[in-house]
Design a protein around this ligand. Structure first.
Ligand code: THU
Length: 129
């Protein structure tokens, strides 16, 4: 996928469904997987705060459930500023399904602002490439 527009639109749509009564901070994620499909996720909070899940975790679960094995690209979008990078736990989740070609795209409401590799975000990680 040279043009990431489709991934961006998918993540923004997923973000609309976020369940965020506590933080009011909507996050959407979309994965382009090795099977050619796009899988979405949004954050789902819970009154018992630690039970909440990140958008990236939702998208990864959808990918695995749908039969995808590798993340080619994962795009994460918020409704505006600040631009966010995946949390530590989600970096580890992304790493599990990444290779050196995997790209992590960070977007605000308007566009993609940064494209990074998992090695840049999680250097010296517990995985062999
Ligand atoms: N959140 C995500 O969904 N992804 C991230 O990369 C960072 C944070 C969510 C968790 C929580 O529902 C809200 O954003 C505020 O932290």
């Amino acid at each position: 996928m040279k043009n990431y527009h489709q991934l961006f639109i998918f993540a923004r749509e997923a973000r609309n469904h976020a369940h965020v009564p506590y933080s009011k901070f909507k996050v959407g994620a979309a994965i382009e997987a090795d099977d050619g499909n796009i899988y979405g996720g949004c954050n789902v909070e819970n009154i018992s705060y630690p039970c909440g899940t990140c958008a990236e975790a939702g998208a990864i679960a959808a990918m695995v459930c749908g039969g995808g094995k590798k993340i080619k690209n994962i795009l994460i979008t918020t409704d505006g500023n600040p631009l966010i990078t995946p949390c530590g736990a989600c970096l580890q989740r992304i790493l599990e399904f990444s290779d050196s070609e995997t790209r992590i795209l960070l977007a605000d409401d308007k566009d993609i602002r940064k494209i990074l590799s998992i090695q840049e975000l999680l250097p010296n990680a517990f995985k062999e490439f």
